[in-house]
Design a binder for this molecule. Structure first.
Ligand code: A3P
Length: 314
């Protein structure tokens, strides 16, 4: 209620199932705004916190699993049969900051032991200054070819609105009026600090994760301050993390099957919705060549001169 006036004053657009509000340059679902404001005002990071950030449908679930498995490997060896990721969805292992603040559940974050792992869908520019300033914490971002993001998003939204057309979803991504959009501004908001301060912001690509998961697990562990030791390498721990978090492993878990319940209050979607196909290039099955060229053209123009290119691996 405290935020009613603030929200009402923001520009508004309807996009498929969501009411969007333009907040600090990004279209946020209306129900994200109060939690975002509270997060900005009150979140106090610890120096060893790691915030996992992503645009929705770009590999959030996978990044959460990989980072959790890499970070928690002291307590839970990745090959151990009792590993939490063999019975829990990654969203139940790494809290979603945006949801925590929207629900007034900050005590849950305070109670987490260090080093804490959390995730957000907010762009870098909307993160609290206390996260992004010199004394803040580390941030890992995962991006994905926007063409595959659109396809993934459409399948996801269609679960709530079965008659949603692919074209409508595509058009809303192209004009930026989509949750946490425009996507190019979201990606660039993380790309720039990752170039300026690579020790603080690690920028990953979903396609690179697919191509060489092990190399990226090593990068992730090193960035989080816990590089794999020679003994861990020799024991095959990197490969064990890769296997534990693989698409087939995770999709096959009972907890991730249809009817197993929702992934959270904030996103009342069944957990199986986070495991669809898990590949790169599925856009070719949904878009005409003209649509693909149009979205590629928009992205190319927006990214021009930034050094970031979706067409190339890093
Ligand atoms: P698709 O819909 O293209 O299959 P998010 O987690 O950000 O919501 O992203 C979901 C996308 O990541 C979905 O893409 C999903 O299938 C894919 N995904 C989930 N877990 C994965 C894994 N372990 N490996 C590869 N892709 C995964």
């Amino acid at each position: 209620e405290e935020f009613g006036d603030l929200v009402a004053a923001l520009p508004r657009r309807q996009q498929s199932i969501l009411e969007l509000r333009l907040y600090q340059g990004f279209w946020l679902p209306e129900h994200w705004v109060p939690g975002t404001v509270v997060f900005q005002r009150r979140f106090s990071p610890r120096p060893d916190d790691v915030v996992l950030a992503s645009y929705p449908k770009c590999g959030t679930t996978w990044l959460k699993a990989l980072a959790f498995a890499a970070a928690a490997r002291g307590a839970y060896p990745p090959a151990a049969p009792g590993h939490p990721l063999r019975r829990l969805n990654p969203h139940d292992c790494v809290p979603f900051i945006d949801e925590i603040f929207a629900g007034g559940e900050e005590a849950k974050l305070d109670a987490l032991p260090s080093p804490r792992l959390m995730n957000t869908h907010l762009p870098y520019t909307l993160l609290p200054d206390r996260v992004t300033n010199a004394g803040g914490c580390r941030v890992v971002y995962v991006c994905r070819d926007p063409k595959d993001m659109v396809v993934s998003l459409w399948h996801f939204l269609r679960r709530a609105k079965p008659d949603l057309s692919f074209v409508e979803t595509f058009e809303s991504v192209c004009d930026g009026t989509v949750a946490a959009g425009p996507v190019w501004d979201h990606v660039l908001s993380y790309w720039r600090p990752s170039v300026a301060r690579p020790d603080r912001v690690l920028f990953l690509k979903y396609e690179d994760l697919l191509r060489d998961t092990a190399a990226n697990v090593r990068r992730l562990a090193e960035f989080m301050g816990r590089p794999f030791t020679a003994a861990e390498e020799a024991a095959g721990d990197v490969a064990a993390v890769v296997e534990l978090c693989s698409f087939d492993e995770m999709k096959g878990l009972d907890v991730n099957k249809a009817g197993s319940g929702t992934a959270g209050r904030y996103c009342a979607m069944q957990r199986d919705a986070f495991f669809r196909k898990g590949v790169a290039g599925d856009w070719a099955n949904h878009m005409t060549p003209e649509m693909a060229a149009r979205l590629d053209g928009i992205i190319r123009e927006k990214l021009q001169g930034t050094g970031l290119d979706f067409a190339q691996g890093s």
